[in-house]
Design a protein around this ligand. Structure first.
Ligand code: GCO
Ligand code: MN
Ligand code: MN
Length: 396
């Protein structure tokens, strides 16, 4: 494999743990099964994944309970498996940055987990989550993700959405109290997705989820884990979704991948689709002071063998670092700086009217400005965007 070895240019983009790159065990462990065909790759031992990711320069991993401990394992078996992973983490210096629950794989969740119509299923889902939170806490995870994979419907008549949201809220409030009670010091990150596997999912977008968090008993403990593919599936700009999440102080975690607009969830290698979106996203994360993991929730093409899987993982990190370097060049480029000024970009940071007073309102009413005169200017956006494209195409 040539991408990560040899040459000065390759060295410059070699990841280290300081870059905080993490991968789900299920991402590199994805065996290539899809709706039309079976596995094309062997199942990986999580300990081998940790070792290989460490070698490639990752910082840590994330995991569902079932990625590590089979759901029917005995308590002794569970302890043995968790103990072995702890040793591998200690050996490699890797961390478990995020943990989550598989609430979608088992047939019991076919009508949903926290929002199943069957109260006994809802109670089982909450019990499974508490057990998974315990494993996450034991492994040091500080972020716990809630992706409502099966929380939705195909048949519209099958659930009253308001009841489902009540149950979702009840569950989040209960589990916040659980974490507080156990003194785990964890924060929760909700992951919206519009559809797949359900026809329509509750909390389909970043906007819906942000509004939902405001209704919780412990809103300060709950933020978001937005995903590139999910917002893109909705036809929305992931960059803008993440920007608003940051603006609201709610970016607790992030799922990075690649996605063509309007398709099923493709989970492609980060940056492999929508390079301009990926660039502005990296620029945003790097300039925002976001300190959380740069987490990849993606997987290798089904066509690949294990060599391709590791090329995929290295590629996600390398693309991120190349875009990070481009963001620095963007900031230092005098022509780009001039184009930003011509577009009045810095001016948007200035208050428009400041705080209301009767006097300032009267002054404004008396001198509103001349719209015809104000309409004469151009904003130079063609030039600005062309400069961005040239930067990305490697000629600046
Ligand atoms: C998907 C989701 C999942 C979640 C994961 C962690 O579309 O399948 O993105 O990969 O991120 O279950 O909660
Ligand atoms: Mn995800
Ligand atoms: Mn996804």
């Amino acid at each position: 494999m040539v991408l990560t070895t040899g040459g000065a240019a390759h060295e410059a983009y070699r990841p280290t743990s300081a870059d905080k790159f993490t991968f789900g065990l299920w991402t590199v462990g994805n065996a290539g099964r899809d709706t039309f065909g079976s596995e094309t790759r062997p199942r990986l031992d999580p300990n081998d994944s940790v070792r290989k990711l460490a070698e490639l320069g990752a910082y840590g991993i994330s995991m569902h309970d079932d990625d590590l401990v089979p759901y029917d394992a005995s308590p002794a078996e569970r302890d043995r498996i968790v103990g072995r992973l702890k040793e591998t983490l200690a050996d490699t210096g890797m961390v478990v940055a995020m943990a989550t629950t598989n609430l979608f794989g088992h047939p019991v969740f076919k009508d949903g987990a926290f929002t199943s119509n069957d109260r006994a299923v809802r109670r089982y889902a909450i019990a499974k989550t508490m057990r998974a939170i315990d494993i996450g806490a034991e492994l040091g995870a500080k972020i716990y993700v809630f992706w409502g994979g099966r929380e939705g419907v195909e048949a519209m008549a099958s659930k009253r959405p308001g009841d489902a949201l009540d149950r979702f809220r009840e569950t989040m409030d209960f589990l916040c109290e659980y974490v507080i009670d156990r003194k785990y010091g964890m924060r929760f990150a909700m992951e919206p997705k519009p559809n797949e596997p359900r026809g329509d999912t509750f909390l389909p977008t970043v906007g819906h989820a942000l509004a939902f968090i405001g209704t919780l008993a412990h809103p300060e403990m709950v933020g978001l884990n937005p995903e590139t593919a999910h917002e893109t599936m909705s036809g929305l700009s992931f960059y803008h979704a993440v920007a608003q999440t940051l603006w609201q102080g709610k970016l607790f975690h992030i799922d990075l991948n690649g996605q063509k607009i309007g398709r099923y969830d493709q989970d492609l290698r980060f940056g492999s689709e929508g390079i301009k979106d990926a660039f502005f996203l990296v620029k945003l994360l790097e300039e925002s002071g976001y300190e959380g993991p740069r987490h990849f929730d993606a997987h290798s093409y089904r066509s690949e063998n294990m060599e391709g899987v590791w090329d995929f993982a290295a590629g996600c990190m390398r693309t991120y670092l190349i875009l990070k370097e481009k963001a620095k060049r963007f900031a230092a480029d005098p022509e780009i700086t001039a184009a930003l000024a011509a577009a009045s970009v810095p001016e948007l940071a200035l208050p428009s009217v400041g705080r209301y007073s009767a006097k300032s309102a009267a002054e404004l009413a008396a001198n509103p400005g001349d719209p015809n005169e104000l309409a004469r200017r151009g904003y130079g956006n063609e030039r600005l965007d062309q400069l961005v494209m040239e930067l990305l195409m490697g000629v600046r």
